[in-house]
Design a protein around this ligand. Sequence first.
Ligand code: NAP
Length: 337
Amino acid sequence: MAQEEPSPRWGLMGTGHSAHAFARALATAPGTPLAAVGSRTRARAQAFARTHGARAAHDSYRRLAADPGVDAVYVATPHPWHHTHALTALDAGKHVLVRAPLAANDLQAAELIQAARDRDLLLMEGSAPRHVPVQRLVRNMVEQGAIGSLLSVHAELGAGLAHEAAHPFFDPEHGGGALSVLGTYPLSLATWYLGELTVLGAARQLAPGRTVDTLATVLARGGGGATATLTCASRPDTARTVITGSAGRIEIQGMGRATDAVLYRHESGPERLHRELGAGTHRLQALELARCLRQGLAQSPLMPWSHSRALARAVDRVRDVAELLQDPSHLTGAGRS
Ligand SMILES: NC(=O)c1ccc[n+]([C@@H]2O[C@H](COP(=O)([O-])OP(=O)(O)OC[C@H]3O[C@@H](n4cnc5c(N)ncnc54)[C@H](OP(=O)(O)O)[C@@H]3O)[C@@H](O)[C@H]2O)c1
């Protein structure tokens, strides 16, 4: 577990759910100061600053980025704008943590990485599951051969939302949809275990009258011929990963907030694995960025740039090849909530 060490002075871009969660996480221990917040609206910036005790409230993201009292910026805006907003911060000389996904596509991800490289700044995609203690435990066990040679990774993530909900998840202007909003997590886990994925096929379900998908399923191949089957969906309330090897399998319940997993070996009974989530993934991401800065790293070994690029390429490829299907629950009315 990482030590609680001095942190950069944080500035938050955006005042939505993620920004509030990040600010609350910073407040859970001393040494991770929230210096400033930036919003498109002065009143929202001021209200957010009052709530979380930020020193400064800026009425634009550019002013936040220019604030000399800020060392690192958390980009908590919708991902169609991550490229613009992260570049604003990098151009102003700030280190950047971006709420996953890093960008809307691989071209944008590549440009952000190049910008960080050119300016000698740290850039990190905040892929929550990779910071979760039990996920890291399982990843280490698999690497050390606990289940033999890796055969497959299956991961599924659902948001538990009704299809009809008036929610940014379903708003194409907001970059909504199962693949765009949720897909990054199962794809990130699969990439963690298997390296760059070759997408073999994909399907996406669309509700009538909607241009965003409510479900996406991906079949991919990783290094050494292991396979990945990944599903993300708006309606089911699910989060689960099964990593299967030649000598057993490990099942993890939950994804970004997982605490428990079970190891099944062919020759012995189930073994329960447990790790407390501790301070939560926002805090763990802030600590990881601080650790990388202290060690002079421009990228985190937990989420290296090559993985952010591989992930963005996989999402681009899924968009290109996916067969578009009608969401069956709208044909039958079954399962409406
Ligand atoms: N990977 C995942 O599972 C996952 C899950 C949830 C979210 N996300 C990502 O994280 C992003 C932020 O999530 P959230 O729940 O914090 O969203 P949110 O509550 O809607 O907040 C987004 C904030 O971004 C700012 N913003 C800047 N440009 C905007 C625009 N054109 N439209 C709307 N808001 C804009 C707004 O702040 P101001 O008005 O103060 O400027 C807004 O409060 C999502 O859009 C998604 O990309 C990923």
